[in-house]
Each structure stands twice: as C-alpha cells, then as structure tokens.
Design a binder for this molecule. Structure first.
Ligand code: F0G
Length: 420
C-alpha cells in the first residue's frame, strides 16, 4: 500500500488525506511507493507493452482506479542525441530530453495528469496553483479536460505571454498578483487553508511529483542505461527531486543498475539552492527579490528545497549558477545547432556545461542528459527583445534582394555550410 510520509519527522498519513504539509512539524510530504507490490507487478504483467508515455508506468503511479485517469497523452518526449552541440561544447555524448514536446509544452503535464487524476479520485471540483507560467498553463488545460474549475495566481507582468494565453484560453480564473512567485504561492496556501473545497496542485502536492518521476523512467529506457549525469533547471525544486525519486525506484525494482549524478542549475539572480550547496548546508536562505530573464525559475524561496538538496547530495551531484547572458546565448545555440527551441529556463543546463567541464564536475566522455523543460514559443517575446525585430520590406524583388544583401553573404554562407 502506498502512503504519505513527512520528509522531516517521518510521520505518516493515508494516501487519500488532503494534506500538503505535515500536521506535526510542517515538513513537506512524499509518497512512499510499495516496492514489493511493484516488483511483483513489474515482473508479471505486460506494463511494457504500452508505448513510451507517463501512463506506461501506471503501476508506479498512485492512482487506484484507471477510470479516473485524465490524460492529454503526456510524456513519450524525444531524447535527442546532440552531436553538433556536443562538439561545440566539448562533450562526446550529449542528449536533450525535450519536454517541450508535452501537450501544453512543458514537463508540468507529467505531474498534472497524475495530480488531476487524483483530484478526480478525491471528488474535487476546484483546483488552484501559483505559477511562473507553465504550471498554470498545464493545470488550466487538465482542469478543462476534466470539467473542474481552475484558479491560477501568477506574478503580474512576469510570465511569458504564451503561458498567459494558455491559462486564459483554457478558461482558468487568472489573477495577476503584484509581487513575485513566492508571494503568489503564499496567497494560494492561505486560500486553501481558508477554503477546503480548493485543491492545491503546486509541486508541494506529492501526486505531481509522482507523475514527474516518469521523466527518469523514460530516460533510462531510451538510453538503455541511466546516464552519468542529469542536468536540470531548478526553480521551486520539485522536478529534480521527482527525477531522483524515479531513478531510485527504477533501480529498486531492478529495471536499471546505476543512477546518474543530479546536477541542478539556477539563474544567478535566483539561486538559493546553489548558495546552500556551495556552503554544503542543509538549509536554504530565501532570496527576497529574485531576478532573471528565465522567468520560469524566478523563484527565491523554493518549496521543495530540501528534497532537491537531498537529491544532489545523495547522488554525489552538483549545483551551479548561470548568468542571464549565458542563458540567452545557450538558448540560441541549442535552437541553431539542434533545431530545438526551448525557453530560457530550459537552456540553463546547456549554459552550465562548459563551466562544469572546466571545473571537472563532468568529464568529456560522460553521457550527459540535459532536460529542456519547456518550449521556446511559450516566451517568444524574449527573442525579439534580445535579437531585435525582423526587418520589413516592400513586396518587390529589388527591395528583397537589397535587404538580403544586408543580411547574408551567400559566398561566405556556402563556405561555412556543414555540407562542404
Ligand atoms: N523549467 C521550466 C520551463 C519551468 O517552468 C520550471 C518551473 C522549472 C524549469 C523548474 O522546475 O520548479 O520543479 O524546480 N516552473 C514552475 C511554474 C514554478 O509555475 O510553472 P521546478
């Protein structure tokens, strides 16, 4: 039987209790999966006949009755071998797990399909989250699919327009809060405390983490082994914790023999976890005014900081920062060498690689998986802001040729062509 357990004081709670923090000590909760039961299921039934997706791993997920599953076909995202990018960085085996291929364009859908399915199992009608954009887009879509009411609180003026558009289009009651994400999350906690009809679906809800752990299962199966290193952006710190839980469970049921080192990347202006890691501390000091171009991870007081630090320490991993300029350069490099358009937060792992190599944290011959967490179209404005507006000309051939002469030198282009 699966159950909830406090990560601080080990207090336990039933799987159907609606509770987000430990009633005894206020610690956050995790779901303890019944591994004996799982081992049996994994060895006997046909779980691996289903194609790569979150629900391929239904046996690992705490939904009792499959009739309650709400799905938009999440997971099954590509693990792209990136030879051109690897060469530029100086690595031999670099892969991008492109989570932008999920239904609403980010990894959040993995957790949301499980979170909303649990909400249905609990007979909930109203769901809520605070968000830097992707969680709200995902929750709004899954709430729409399941016929639930959805409330989202976002930091005013600080989320990508694509994400805002998604929440609005899917019919969420959207409130822009004058403040940052941490303020919005605080308001959401207070709202849920005042009204127990509202079900909280931020990543403090451990059912979200359960869905997100399938990222690790997929990477292990796509590679045939666990990679040497997983490099992931860290914001509210749920996803790196989820992936680490996934690698552990896969190992414990005998589906993989090794586990990767978990490397968490934060933007310099929003890096409370990296600061704690550098001091080898087990506590995190919140940053009051986080700032970064990577708005998805513009978070100063991450809820799952302890789970994330545990993942990093237990895996002999690492944590590092990158600057806004490094993030934008890497976003462009990824888009222009591999054809993968990821949003700024999703480019932070790539932005860190040269530094990690120089520091000896990763080795040239390591197999490295960078998780590109969300699609670049979510935050398209950042591109024109950084690269300027495209030129506009009259519809005649002279004007077109004149403008192209300014933009390209064909002779030079041909020389540089990789086909030459
Ligand atoms: N990458 C993207 C694109 C994100 O949207 C987020 C978080 C992260 C990375 C970091 O993941 O929080 O699990 O450490 N976005 C949340 C949101 C906070 O509201 O959409 P994390």
């Amino acid at each position: 039987m699966n159950y909830l357990k406090c990560i601080e004081c080990d207090a336990t709670y039933g799987i159907d209790e609606i509770i987000y923090k430990c009633g005894k000590c206020g610690g956050i909760l995790e779901i303890i999966t019944d591994l004996d039961e799982l081992r049996e299921k994994v060895s006997t039934n046909k779980w691996n006949d289903t194609s790569l997706s979150v629900w391929r791993y239904a046996d690992f997920l705490p939904i009792k009755d499959r009739i309650n599953i709400v799905t938009l076909n999440e997971g099954g995202t590509g693990l792209h071998r990136c030879k051109r990018l690897a060469e530029k960085i100086g690595l031999k085996k670099l892969f991008i797990k492109f989570e932008g291929e999920n239904p609403t364009g980010s990894f959040k859908d993995r957790g949301m399909t499980v979170g909303i399915s649990k909400a249905r199992e609990l007979d909930v009608n109203i769901v809520i989250c605070a968000s830097t954009g992707n969680t709200s887009a995902s929750l709004a879509a899954y709430a729409a699919k399941s016929g639930m009411q959805c409330i989202v609180l976002v930091p005013a003026g600080k989320i990508g327009v694509g994400k805002l558009a998604q929440a609005i289009a899917h019919g969420a009651r959207l409130v822009q809060v004058k403040g940052n994400f941490d303020n919005s999350l605080d308001m959401v906690f207070q709202l849920c405390e005042r009204n127990n009809q509202i079900y909280l679906l931020n990543s403090i809800n451990p059912f979200r983490i359960e869905g997100q752990k399938t990222l690790a299962f997929e990477v292990s199966e796509q590679l045939g082994v666990s990679p040497d290193c997983m490099v992931m952006p860290v914001g509210n710190a749920g996803n790196i914790s989820a992936a680490w839980k996934g690698f552990n469970e896969f190992e414990e049921v005998g589906l993989t023999k090794s586990k990767p080192r978990m490397i968490g990347i934060q933007a310099e202006g929003a890096s409370p976890i990296v600061k704690a890691y550098r001091k080898k501390k087990m506590t995190v000091e919140p940053i009051l005014s986080p700032e970064t171009v990577a708005t998805a991870i513009r978070i100063g007081n991450p809820v799952s900081w302890k789970k994330a630090l545990n993942s990093i320490y237990d895996s002999n991993g690492h944590a590092e920062t990158v600057t806004d300029q490094e993030i934008l350069d890497s976003q462009r490099l990824l888009a222009q060498t591999e054809g993968i358009f990821a949003e700024p937060a999703s480019a932070t792992p790539i932005a860190s690689l040269k530094k990690l190599l120089a520091q000896g944290v990763i080795d040239r011959s390591d197999s490295v998986v960078c998780v590109a967490t969300g699609h670049g179209l979510k935050d398209a404005n950042v591109i024109t802001r950084v690269f300027g507006k495209p030129i506009e000309v009259e519809a005649n051939i002279e004007a077109i040729e004149k403008s192209l002469n300014l933009l390209v030198r064909y002779d030079k282009w041909l020389e540089e062509s990789p086909l030459n």
